[in-house]
Design a protein around this ligand. Structure first.
Ligand SMILES: CC(C)(COP(=O)(O)OP(=O)(O)OC[C@H]1O[C@@H](n2cnc3c(N)ncnc32)[C@H](O)[C@@H]1OP(=O)(O)O)[C@@H](O)C(=O)NCCC(=O)NCCS
Length: 121
């Protein structure tokens, strides 16, 4: 998988149980997936169509670093499907643990918001 972005869990990202709010993680994953889809398809005109089952496997606490990785699953006519994984980094041990994973679909759209064919670079 390819590293797309890195996040730090801030106090403003915390929910009611002193761990990362799931909605914050969803926003990070959505953004990272969009960045990867746009890079692969050479356009910023990509919209999120679908986020499949999202598994929040491990909690994330304040100050922990989260690295978001992606891998292309398939490229269709107008859509691209990606595997996306967020990993919590242990900076001392130099290890990573998967905290969240999902599969996402993005669609290439025109100025009217209608699907148009993808052209990879
Ligand atoms: C994305 C959007 C433009 C697609 O329009 P649409 O008319 O539904 O698209 P189509 O039915 O022509 O399908 C477009 C592509 O999505 C794929 N697709 C459609 N439904 C799908 C589904 N349930 N799962 C996976 N792929 C799907 C189609 O197979 C097609 O891909 P392909 O050309 O590679 O085969 C439209 O649904 C939209 O604007 N959605 C809102 C997007 C948005 O606001 N995102 C931000 C999140 S709030």
């Amino acid at each position: 998988m390819k590293l797309i972005s890195t996040k730090i869990c801030k106090t403003s990202d915390i929910g009611v149980n002193d761990i990362l709010f799931g909605g914050s993680m969803l926003a990070w994953i959505d953004e990272a997936g969009g960045i990867m889809a746009s890079s692969v398809c050479c356009t910023s005109n990509m919209v999120t169509l679908k986020i499949e089952e999202v598994l929040f496997k491990e909690p994330v606490k304040v100050k922990q670093q989260i690295r978001i990785y992606g891998k292309v699953d398939r490229i269709g006519k107008t859509s691209i499907s990606l595997w996306v994984e967020a990993r919590r980094a242990d900076l001392k041990k130099q290890t990573e643990v998967v905290v969240c994973s999902t599969k996402m679909v993005f669609v290439h759209i025109d100025e009217q918001g209608k699907p148009i064919p993808i052209q990879t670079c």
